[in-house]
Design a protein around this ligand. Structure first.
Ligand SMILES: [Zn+2]
Ligand SMILES: [Zn+2]
Length: 414
């Protein structure tokens, strides 16, 4: 049976995260979005862990439920390891983990607390290498699952431009064997990752990395599991099996798709930035090298290559964003939230509306929103690529055309 999972989110104890991220709200929103299995996020944080312990009850092994019991929780967290062995520049890597029980998560926490203060941030900073992290987590709990978060992002992705690691083996050393999968992140999608053959053996995962409730499930992974249990889920990730599809952002919408400089308003495709030798034409400093460029550097296959037996994927645009564009009103306005609720009531949840609902039913519910969803499904939209921390811009009613530099200054203007 299919279960839609979002295994990387944050709690209100993580930096820059909404204080509405409570267990009750996460459960309600996950249900509204159509998520069946959600990560708790931030199990490393002592206060959040206390809340998890008092609010969640274990159902089948490793699967927890909050008060309503309609959504399954698994223990999850993301940590940032910082390692600077030779003083030549710190290597920072974000790694996600999931654990089979609250007791196991507490064992992991005890061990990680030697490397940093877990109470400062829901995504704690640990002074250790990614290799030490993976080895110590596996020592504390053999059944834990580890995977690099948003693997290609420039500053904290294991294979990002700033990390300088070119493979899982370089990033995690002897502990690469403990890494089961990787997260595509918002700025890359399966076709981009399929170009890199050394990732073939790892499970490709998509999660929201949500910092607020509306962002939950903006990316997700659909597992086909015999039963809902931690073991089934963990085995599927560890053995790269039972993953049916992923739900993906249009990668151009992610905020590190292109190269560029946010402050200089410079956005460049990889080709363009190569012509500038990676130097910003405005401030003459090094450009932030984005995900498309970095994938291209490590790719050993042509664009369009599809590995055998790979899971499928769909590109989606969050429903609230679609409605906001259709109505021309802000995402928080009553018109937009009212129309959103209407669609959720009609189709049960957001995933159903975006992915499964029949076009005629969508049109009957709301002609313009239905048309926009259809265009998203058929990839008939235009997305101006994001760069250096600036999200891409989705234009639902403009037909797709070859990528050009983000609405800011283009190469011809320098
Ligand atoms: Zn992260
Ligand atoms: Zn610049």
């Amino acid at each position: 049976m299919d279960y839609i999972a979002d295994l990387h989110i944050h709690s209100r104890y993580a930096a820059a995260c909404s204080d509405k991220l409570t267990i009750e709200n996460i459960e309600n929103t996950a249900e509204e979005k159509g998520i069946n299995i959600i990560g708790t996020g931030d199990f490393t944080h002592p206060k959040w862990m206390n809340e998890l312990k008092s609010s969640l009850k274990e159902g089948s092994p490793g699967i927890y439920h909050a008060s309503k019991g309609r959504v399954s929780f698994v223990l999850s967290s993301e940590v940032c390891t910082i390692y600077n062995p030779d003083g030549k520049g710190a290597k920072k890597v974000h790694t996600c983990m999931i654990a089979p029980s609250i007791a196991d998560a507490e064992n992991i926490n005890q061990c990680l607390s030697k490397h940093g203060d877990l109470g400062i941030d829901g995504r704690p900073v640990l002074m250790m290498s990614a290799e030490e992290l993976a080895n110590e987590v596996k020592d504390a709990c053999h059944e834990a699952i580890l995977f690099p978060a948003h693997i290609w992002t420039p500053w904290f992705g294991a294979l990002g431009a700033m990390s300088g690691f070119n493979s899982m083996e370089e990033a995690y050393g002897s502990a690469a064997k403990h890494i089961s999968g990787y997260e595509t992140g918002l700025s890359s999608d399966p076709p981009m990752n399929w170009r890199v053959s050394k990732l073939d053996n790892y499970s490709m995962l998509s999660n929201s990395d949500a910092h607020s409730l509306p962002k939950l499930a903006r990316e997700a992974t659909v597992f086909d599991l015999k039963e809902q249990s931690y073991k089934e889920l963990a085995d599927s990730i560890a053995c790269n099996k039972n993953i049916r599809m992923t739900v993906e952002f249009y990668p151009e919408e992610g905020k590190y798709h292109f190269d560029g400089h946010r402050n200089c308003k410079v956005s460049l495709s990889p080709e363009q930035s190569k012509r500038y030798n990676g130097i910003c034409p405005v401030c003459r400093r090094k450009l932030t090298i984005g995900v498309m460029h970095r994938v291209d550097e490590l790719a050993d296959r042509k664009e369009g290559y599809v590995p055998e037996n790979s899971p499928s994927y769909v590109h989606a645009v969050p429903l609230i964003e679609i409605i906001s564009q259709v109505t021309g009103k802000g995402q928080g306005t009553a018109i937009v939230t009212g129309a959103y609720s209407k669609m959720i009531n009609k189709f049960g949840n957001e995933m159903n509306a975006l992915i499964n609902a029949k076009p005629e039913d969508l049109a009957a519910a709301d002609r313009e929103v239905g048309e926009a969803i259809k265009r998203v499904r058929e990839e008939r939209i235009r997305v101006i690529p994001g760069y250096d921390g600036v999200f891409g811009i989705v234009e639902l009613f403009k037909d797709a055309e070859p990528q050009k530099a983000n609405g800011q200054r283009t190469i011809n203007e320098f």
